[in-house]
Ligand binder design. Structure first.
Ligand code: HEC
Length: 143
């Protein structure tokens, strides 16, 4: 009994302790917002912006470690790969590559990440959302 109590106390102290590890849950300035038709903006904002923009919406649980570490990693990593708030700063060649990748990730149901849509069911892309994005990408690529 006594050991269980001690283990529990250590566990709670550890959970408390990790709350003091600094995490970066930031929103840097918007440097080059993507220009896209309203219907596309709406889909991207709803399903991608939390990890691919500088306007991330951080819910309360995103501040609680160890969840905060996961969110920090996904947001920082997501922005590094694709940032719609810095889109217009990309070279034309990079834009084309990213557009191709957007199409691919959506086709393979890799984005938005499953762990995210589990908590944000409304971010799931409908068949119609996918068609609209595909059409827009093709237009951008002149296909
Ligand atoms: C929960 C966070 C999250 C959401 C939401 C999200 N992504 Fe991602 N995305 C990532 C992360 C993290 C990466 C980095 C690569 C990896 O880990 O797979 C990534 C990578 C990508 C890449 C690859 C870019 C490259 O250069 O390799 C594309 C394209 C992409 N995401 C598109 C989207 C689109 C489109 C949406 C919305 C429909 C979306 N993502 C939603 C987190 C997210």
């Amino acid at each position: 009994m006594r050991t269980t109590k001690i283990i529990l106390i250590i566990f709670f102290l550890a959970i408390l302790g990790i709350q003091f590890v600094p995490v970066k849950l930031d929103n840097p300035p918007i440097k080059g917002q993507i220009q896209a038709p309203a219907n596309i903006q709406k889909i991207l904002k709803r399903s991608c912006y939390d990890c691919h923009s500088n306007t991330t919406n951080y819910p309360w649980y995103s501040r609680v470690a160890p969840v905060s570490w996961l969110i920090e990693s996904d947001v920082q990593n997501g922005r590094k790969h694709l940032n719609f708030s810095e889109w217009s700063l990309y070279e034309p060649r990079t834009k084309r590559k990213k557009l191709d990748e957007i199409k691919e990730e959506i086709r393979d149901d890799k984005m938005p990440m499953e762990i995210y849509t589990y908590l944000h069911p409304s971010a799931q892309l409908s068949v119609d959302d996918k068609i609209q994005i595909n059409r827009w990408v093709d237009q951008q690529l002149g296909r």
